[in-house]
Design a protein around this ligand. Structure first.
Ligand code: FES
Length: 164
């Protein structure tokens, strides 16, 4: 992705259309970043520079957005992206054990992707679904309350052969 030009003439036209919906161009940074991520699976460091250039803002501003919002990634995630909430309600109900379980099962640490690109695991802050704690966002679905057994079933569905 690093050699790929994001702001092609066609993409620039689409970004311009998004910007036209806002009183100032800079207010459209997040929607444009979201579009890039949807289309490319991630926002690489080179793409960050292109974004800064397009919006005429310092690259550090784009970097801040990248690090603040967990929905932006610098590398594409696996086909199954598991985001485990680690905030208070989920933590008190065993999120830490679930994270450890997933790291052991998948053979990766939080923040990593399995070699085959099947799974990515991340720890995130409260996803606003505390009533189903401990919970995870798996791709677009909110799932909880989670147990190791439920996770094992889930992994088996996606990754038969690597689970007990
Ligand atoms: S604390 Fe986990 S969803 Fe709110």
């Amino acid at each position: 992705m690093s050699d790929e030009i994001i702001f092609t003439p066609e993409f620039t036209k689409r970004a311009d259309q998004i910007c036209a919906n806002y009183p100032v161009k800079r207010a459209a940074v997040l929607p444009v970043m979201r579009l890039i991520q949807e289309e490319h699976g991630a926002i690489s460091p080179d793409a960050e520079l292109e974004i800064a250039d397009y919006f005429r803002i310092p690259p550090a501003d784009v970097k801040e957005l990248m690090t603040f919002y967990t929905l932006f990634y610098s590398k594409p995630k696996g086909r199954c992206h598991i985001q485990i909430c680690r905030t208070l309600s989920c933590s008190l109900r065993g999120a830490g054990d679930l994270i450890q379980y997933l790291e052991d099962k998948l053979g990766i640490r939080s923040g990593e992707t399995t070699e085959d690109g099947q799974f990515s695991l991340d720890q995130v802050e409260c996803l606003g679904a505390c009533e189903i704690a401990p919970m995870a966002k798996i791709n677009q679905d909110y799932i909880g309350p989670l147990t190791k057994e439920k996770l094992a079933q889930f992994l088996a569905k996606y990754y038969i052969g690597k689970t007990e």
